[in-house]
Design a binder for this molecule. Sequence first.
Ligand code: HEM
Length: 138
Amino acid sequence: MLWVKSFHIVFVVSWFAGLFYLPRIFVNLAMVPADSPAERERLLLMARKLYRFVTPIAALAIGLGLWLWFGYGFTGGWLHVKTGLVVGLIAYHFWCGKLLGEFARGESTRNHVWFRFFNEAPVLALIAICILAVVKPF
Ligand code: HEM
């Protein structure tokens, strides 16, 4: 079980690296001047590669979490609330994919301030999920 949990945490950390950095690239994309197509293309390439990289990692993090849950009989309110927050994270992940598509097509309308607030959501989720997973308050 400890091997499964170790790799669960490894892939969770890797997933969060993407969930923290991808919206940061969106902040920069939203600030790129119209006369800098080279910078826009460079940021878009980084975002595409990062999104393609962290999507299977997210699947592994979640798969190992479900293995822990159903393979080792964990129960408790903490796990249900945690899973609810993770469903929110999955929606956030695919929303990033949709926003990336809007940037690629030149259809993004949100400014960098909006993306700065958007960037904070995974931080709040991480704090709540870690407290639930470690402290198990209920
Ligand atoms: C559907 C997705 C997930 C499921 C079903 C799940 C389930 C679990 C289970 C059953 C454990 C073992 C708890 C224990 O050993 O006490 C665990 C550990 C852990 N999970 Fe998840 N998890 C999921 C996603 C995540 C995510 C997204 C995070 C991100 C912060 C996360 C963070 C942790 C941490 C830090 C631990 C270690 C807790 C400890 O050792 O005390 N999990 N997870």
